[in-house]
Design a protein around this ligand. Structure first.
Ligand code: GTR
Length: 429
């Protein structure tokens, strides 16, 4: 096949996934009366039927069981033997953002896999700090040049999803792409509150399309190269992106300006699913934040409201381990539901941010995950969301599990950040 023809076919395939999901949005159920009844898997019962009564029972017995269920049935398992990453500081700017911050660009590579170009990490630390600061780490959809308003950041050269409005031409960023994600990353607001920001482009780890693994970390590290067939339990793209977040945290542990013991992990939408899974696996993340993560993220899969398992596994099969597809229209057979993903963060603080117009992500289902994870937090004497009623718009609730439903649609707003940072401080970060 000619290179042009294969590019066109690939573009058509990617658009098909995104378009399919979008086309389903008008057909989904948004009627609470039609959600139907469901029974959630028990958080506090072990596979052998015995009860989880103490924090120790959870940590030593139930948590490992639930983690394994998520690997086997939802996101898949990171292969062993990838080894430790290496870090190389590429550039330091001490008067970034008008003198407010120091900006470092650091390349994170994997010596065991030289074919993989690695992650370009962008780290901002506040210059006003008098000691190591807490940090918020998260992946972006558009790359560092899209997150930052600063125009001296190298444009990402990686593959990007087609998007004319964002200046993506032939799957590559252009000068017109600069700053197009900056409203979702209010750097000054975050730095002024004394937090560092660590971010990288998710496509550095794996391009987000069904065949992205071939040129991403999953394909490059596979023993049999691009001929790999993914089996049940093998990692999907969400697992690969989450792995990247843990490598970013490895790097932050070497940065003296950052207190890596106070590092939050954040993500929006598909990257919110990713931050939840990263936080579930890597207990070094001290605070886990899900922004509008929806189906496959914070929303209960058994609730038929908004996006469904059938839609997400058809539109984005590469995000998950193959097993997950078998739960399309068959959610009751899945041994987990998403309250258990929230519970995997226990006893660390976690925050679930919804938006009222983002019905596709099922805001109530996101709240209910937090609610049903609360008994696990109670084992640690921590309050969970603290209410069985989804709160009103712009009314944050919660003790150790935070929740709000913001005015507006599917996005990350300053309001969200203000709640996340206040909650972080309240919970000791
Ligand atoms: C949608 C998908 C959602 C959400 C969103 C996003 O098309 O159906 O699950 O992940 O994309 O990431 O923006």
């Amino acid at each position: 096949m000619s290179p042009l023809r294969s590019t066109l076919l690939l573009t058509a395939m990617i658009l098909a996934g995104e378009d399919f999901a979008e086309a389903q949005q008008s057909k989904a159920n948004y009627d609470e009366a039609r959600v139907g009844s469901y029974t959630l898997p028990e958080a506090l019962v072990l596979a052998d039927g015995s009860a989880v009564k103490t924090a120790g029972d959870w940590t030593q017995r139930r948590r490992p069981e639930v983690l394994k269920l998520y690997q086997d049935h939802v996101y898949g398992r990171v292969p062993v033997g990838l080894g430790a990453p290496a870090f190389q500081v590429k550039a330091v700017k001490k008067d970034a953002l008008g003198g407010k911050a120091t900006r470092k660009l650091i390349q994170i590579t994997l010596p065991s896999c030289p074919a993989w170009e690695g992650i370009e990490l962008m780290l901002y630390t506040p210059n006003a700090a008098t000691g190591p600061v807490p940090c918020v780490a998260g992946l972006s959809f558009g790359g560092n040049h899209a997150v930052s308003p600063e125009t001296d950041i190298p444009l990402s050269t990686r593959w990007m999803r087609p998007n004319k409005e964002k200046g993506i031409v032939d799957n590559r960023a252009t000068e017109a792409s600069r700053g197009n994600e900056s409203s979702r990353w209010p750097l000054a607001l975050i730095l002024d509150q004394g937090f560092a920001v660590a971010t990288a482009y998710y496509g550095d780890i794996e391009p987000d399309h069904a065949e992205g693994w071939k040129t991403g970390l999953r394909g490059l590290t596979a023993k049999d190269g691009t001929a790999t067939v993914w089996n049940n339990g093998d990692w999907g793209a969400i697992s690969a992106w989450a792995w990247g977040l843990s490598r970013i945290l490895d790097c932050l542990e070497t940065e003296t300006a950052v207190d890596a013991k106070r590092c939050a992990v954040i993500g929006h939408s598909r990257l919110g699913k990713t931050s939840l899974w990263a936080g579930a696996q890597d207990e070094r993340f001290a605070f886990v934040i899900s922004n509008n993560s929806g189906e496959g993220g914070a929303a209960l899969m058994r609730r038929n409201f908004g996006e469904t398992t059938a839609v997400i596994t058809k539109a984005f099969p590469h995000w998950f381990t193959p097993t997950y597809t078998s739960y399309a229209n068959n959610e009751a057979a899945c041994p987990v539901d998403q309250h258990l993903l929230i519970a995997l963060a226990a006893p660390r603080p976690i925050y679930i941010g919804s938006a009222v117009e983002d019905e596709w992500a099922d805001p109530k289902g996101e709240f209910l995950s937090g609610y049903h994870a609360s008994p696990v937090y109670a084992l640690f004497d921590h309050p969970g969301v603290g209410t069985d009623q989804q709160p009103g718009i712009d009314t944050p609730v919660g003790g150790r599990i935070g929740y709000h439903v913001r005015n507006g649609g599917h996005d990350v707003k300053d309001y969200d950040w203000q709640q996340y940072l206040a909650f972080a401080r309240k919970n000791g970060l």
